[in-house]
Design a protein around this ligand. Sequence first.
Ligand SMILES: [Zn+2]
Length: 76
Amino acid sequence: MSKILLIAIVVAVAFWLLRNHRRRADRHAQRPPDPQAEDMVDCAHCGVHLPRGEGIVSGALYFCSAEHEREFRAKH
Ligand SMILES: [Zn+2]
């Protein structure tokens, strides 16, 4: 009989730990995204800083505008 009680306690503790762990994971996931989280890149032509998503990607290089990409390509 005491064995059953022990198993019940172990199961209860396991559930409690799992619930706590999941709650902590949820809290971590719900953290609002950091507005500074997006990578900043430099325009290869003029050096201006811009968020990666707003730049023009050309191979490993980033440009602030299509015009700067063209000018950079013309010079190199
Ligand atoms: Zn530029």
